[in-house]
Ligand binder design. Structure first.
Ligand SMILES: Cc1cc2nc3c(=O)[nH]c(=O)nc-3n(C[C@H](O)[C@H](O)[C@H](O)COP(=O)(O)OP(=O)(O)OC[C@H]3O[C@@H](n4cnc5c(N)ncnc54)[C@H](O)[C@@H]3O)c2cc1C
Length: 497
């Protein structure tokens, strides 16, 4: 993990911009054009009333405690945590929600526990599919079934990202945060006392803020004490701040397509360590109503080149063990899509100046499984906690501007707090997964791992948890987890909501 540093790097300023789409927290006024002013609200920051004030400023200069770029799991988790701690937060995302994200849609126990803490419940996601049994196939066709604990909460769930991310964004708004959708970041200026983010905002005609026909573009600036950059694998904030590694394309590349009319076997979750994909794997993840999320991931630089993935797809689908699980009537929906997976949190610049990178923008996915939703939620929460812990935050209309008195020393303390938290929470798991990937690279290693895991009831139960619950994976390297209940913790959502 590379240390964050103080620096002043200005992104190129772009003047031309489209129009505005501002999503207000439920029950608040729509955006109106207003002269630039700071958000000094008499109400508790983070409350819907404070958000009202922010809303009034959304098409002019906005001043807030924190600007979050990207409203995926990482950005949403940061925004919710900050709002709950009383910080004034603005979230911008170039998409309009609900939006899709190319993903396997698998939620690990770690992700589920965090979603629950953040206030996202199964009832808010229509296609929420709990998983009870996991079938893992080895490179020689040997398959072992791993059961997850019953009646102790949920340990693994599959739910489409369109719905999960929309539920998170609705939660963000309900916490009183202003979310500006269809707003693309075009410049970032990381100055000594504050950070300025320039966005280019598009508006549909029905969301027009200034009464125009939606044709005229708008450029808006948001000034804040800190920027939480949750803008995904291709992180534009990284690019704008000159913090990208040239030619970096991620550690993994994964391919996904939805299917409908799948057979009854596809009601369980299946993973196959196919010999030619090692250490990658093929998956069939169940969804309600006879649907499934089907895909495969490969490690960049492995046996299969990323440009060969498209040609390999029909061949993989036709393999007898995979075709049997999908069933004879399975129908592909829409087109297949591929996307990179960044998994090098231990070797990534996580912060600079007043910017904290989280989620895929911090390359936080697990290097063995490619799971990144739980890691995105976690890094979002950790970034928010670092800001709350080390930056006082300013509240109340009579108080000073949110930008007042923030020193470089304060920013350095925020960065340090965040990087130490990531080190503590993620880096050991990352190292352990990297070691395991080495074993899974070879047929013998993969075969041995699956056979050992399937030896007894105990190994089967715990292998399933180990696959789907991030916490036990690096237990050898993290003695602080050696508490009595760590292998015996309940899942999420023990009580129905
Ligand atoms: C094929 C595939 C399968 C996967 N399967 C799984 C799985 O089953 N389980 C799992 O846990 N993980 C999985 N992952 C990983 C997971 O999808 C990511 O780790 C996760 O989405 C990271 O969340 P995030 O919030 O960091 O980024 P994202 O979800 O990518 O969100 C980034 C946000 O930033 C916004 N943004 C981008 N550019 C701009 C800009 N210029 N201005 C404003 N906003 C911008 C985007 O619109 C987006 O909403 C998979 C990944 C792939 C590719």
């Amino acid at each position: 993990m590379r240390r964050g540093r103080d620096r002043r790097l200005a992104g190129e300023r772009t003047q031309a911009v489209p129009c505005t789409a501002v999503s207000q927290p439920a029950g608040t006024a729509s955006a109106v054009d207003a002269p630039p002013r700071s958000i000094d609200s008499p109400e508790a920051p983070g409350s819907p009333d404070a958000a009202d004030d922010l809303a009034a400023d959304t098409v002019a200069d906005i001043v807030a405690d924190v600007v979050v770029v990207g409203a995926g799991p990482a950005g949403a988790a940061a925004a919710i945590t900050l709002a709950r701690a009383g910080r004034r937060v603005v979230v911008v995302d170039k998409a309009r929600f609900p939006r899709d994200k190319i993903c396997g849609d698998g939620l690990t126990t770690g992700a589920l526990r965090l979603l629950e803490e953040l206030g996202v419940y199964p009832a808010s996601v229509d296609s929420w599919q709990p998983v009870h049994d996991i079938h893992v196939g080895g490179p020689k066709g040997h398959t072992v079934t791993f059961p997850l604990p019953r009646d102790r909460g949920q340990y693994a769930v599959v739910a489409p990202r369109t719905e999960v991310d929309d539920a998170l964004v609705r939660r963000v708004k309900a916490e009183g945060v202003t979310v500006i959708e269809q707003a693309s970041v075009t410049a970032v200026d990381d100055a000594p006392g504050h950070v300025t983010v320039t966005v280019s905002v598009e508006t549909d005609s029905d969301l027009e803020a200034d009464g125009s026909d939606g044709a005229s573009p708008l450029t808006r600036t948001i000034r804040a004490r800190y920027l939480v950059a949750a803008d995904g694998m291709w992180s534009p904030t990284r690019k704008l701040l000159g913090a990208t590694e040239p030619g970096y394309l991620g550690e993994w590349h994964a391919f996904r397509q939805y299917f409908s009319n799948v057979g009854p076997l596809a009601r369980d979750l299946w993973v196959w360590f196919e010999a030619d994909l090692l250490p990658g794997y093929f998956w069939v993840f169940p969804l309600p109503d006879g649907r499934a999320n089907v895909g495969f991931g490969i490690q960049r630089g492995g046996k299969v080149a990323t440009k060969e993935m498209k040609a390999l797809w029909p061949e993989l689908l036709a393999r007898p063990h995979i075709a049997r699980v999908l069933g004879p009537d399975a129908q592909p929906e829409g087109r297949h899509q591929a996307w990179p997976i960044p998994a090098r949190v231990n070797d990534m610049e996580l912060s600079a100046g007043r910017v904290l990178w989280v989620g895929d923008a911090a390359a936080a996915t697990d290097p063995m499984t490619g799971e990144g939703i739980g890691q995105a939620l976690l890094t979002g929460v950790l970034a928010a906690r670092a800001i709350v812990a080390r930056s006082p935050g300013v509240s109340g209309r009579s108080g000073p501007s949110p930008l007042a008195g923030s020193t470089p020393a304060e920013a350095a303390a925020v960065r340090e707090f965040y990087e130490r938290s990531v080190q503590r929470e993620l880096v050991a798991d990352h190292h352990m997964s990297t070691l395991l990937v080495r074993a899974l690279k070879h047929r013998k290693g993969a075969r041995a791992a699956i056979r050992v895991a399937g030896l007894t009831d105990w190994t089967r139960r715990n292998f399933a948890r180990w696959l789907f619950e991030d916490e036990p994976r690096a237990v050898v390297l993290t003695p602080r987890r050696w508490h009595r209940r760590f292998l015996n913790r309940d899942g999420a959502y023990l009580s129905d909501r």
